[in-house]
Design a protein around this ligand. Structure first.
Ligand SMILES: Nc1ncnc2c1ncn2[C@@H]1O[C@H](COP(=O)(O)OP(=O)(O)O)[C@@H](O)[C@H]1O
Ligand SMILES: [Mg+2]
Length: 306
């Protein structure tokens, strides 16, 4: 485990932002922190990066206790904060130079890392432009690249796609997946379950400062009843067909719109074989799987995006 939190607590006045939060992050993994606004994601990342101090509990980095004053430990961690932390009046290049110097980079290494970070941010051509001229996506890409200047082992990426255009969002995903492929550990916070499902090896579901569940997507979803929902627009079924259809699960039909909540032993291939045999002309097939959104609802009784 590269990073472990043990019973981490942090309060702001009467708000318990983290409530005895414990988790373990494996080296080289893409670890997702999925939770709604106010869950404690940013507070956790701020404590790991030493910008906040916990009230109680401890963190372990690479098997030694994390000490906010230990520079060597600090160099292993990069934070790309939720709120863009860049100097608007300064160019992309100068911003990166400042971040590099902050981490003690000098000379050739500093220049190499600036080139690398500009490339990661896809801003080499715009290196001389002041940040204030950049789009939301460009700023976000630079905000991530700045966190990479000192070659951290762990990158904490706090909600990097909020307010970002789809093209930049895909560029950010590609960059993060490449970093993971190169061996970096990525800790990624989001309130978008699609992102957690798409990117993360391990997902921790966080709410009210507590980790509710941790696991791979498949493991997490096993907690939900194993059903699929099939929606289709279909021709009217005869009595015999309707009877057979109901052996596949619970059927609801409203006019030509049909909804099948599948039974646990449902086999999609047999279902399609049967529709073909019966010459059932179903158009607009849609199969809905249980999602992390359903799991969050199941665990907390509320929506992720409330
Ligand atoms: N500096 C602060 N002062 C007061 N309350 C804060 C501060 N930072 C966070 N909080 C509160 O702590 C809780 C967790 O916040 P945060 O860690 O930002 O959640 P998330 O990043 O998951 O949205 C929220 O209720 C938030 O309002
Ligand atoms: Mg946050």
């Amino acid at each position: 485990m590269i990073l472990q939190a043990d019973q981490l607590s942090k309060a702001f006045g009467s708000t318990q932002a983290l409530d005895k939060l414990s988790l373990s992050i494996e080296a080289g993994s893409f670890f997702g922190l999925l939770g709604p606004n106010g869950a404690g994601k940013s507070t956790f990342m701020s404590i790991v990066s030493g910008f906040l101090t916990q009230d109680s509990g401890s963190l372990t980095l690479d098997n030694s206790k994390l000490d906010p004053n230990n520079i060597e430990q600090k160099k292993k961690i990069g934070l790309s904060p939720q709120h863009i932390a860049l100097y608007k009046e300064l160019s992309a290049e100068t911003n990166l130079k400042l971040f590099g110097k902050l981490y003690g980079l000098r000379g050739k290494e500093l220049h190499q890392q600036i080139e690398y970070a500009l490339e990661v941010a896809q801003l080499t051509e715009r290196r001389k432009s002041p940040v204030k001229e950049f789009s939301g996506g460009m700023k976000r890409r630079l905000n991530i690249a700045a966190a990479l200047m000192h070659k951290p082992k762990i990158l904490l990426c706090d909600e990097p796609t909020v307010g970002v255009d789809p093209q930049s969002r895909n560029a950010i995903f590609d960059t993060l997946l490449e970093l993971k492929a190169s061996g970096m550990t990525i800790v990624y916070s989001t309130h978008y379950m699609e992102e957690a499902e798409r990117l993360c090896d391990q997902i921790a579901i966080i709410d009210a400062g507590k980790i509710l569940r941790v696991g791979s997507l498949d493991t997490l979803l096993q907690e939900l009843p194993r059903t699929n929902l099939i929606r289709a627009r279909a021709n009217t079924l005869d009595t015999q067909q309707a009877a057979t259809l109901s052996t596949f699960g619970d059927v609801q039909q409203t006019g030509s719109s049909l909804q099948l909540q599948t039974a646990p032993d449902f086999k999609l291939s047999s279902f399609f074989k049967w529709t073909e045999e019966q010459n059932l002309e179903a158009t607009h097939f849609q199969i809905a799987h249980p999602s992390l959104e359903d799991l969050f609802l199941h665990l907390t009784g509320k929506d992720l995006r409330e």
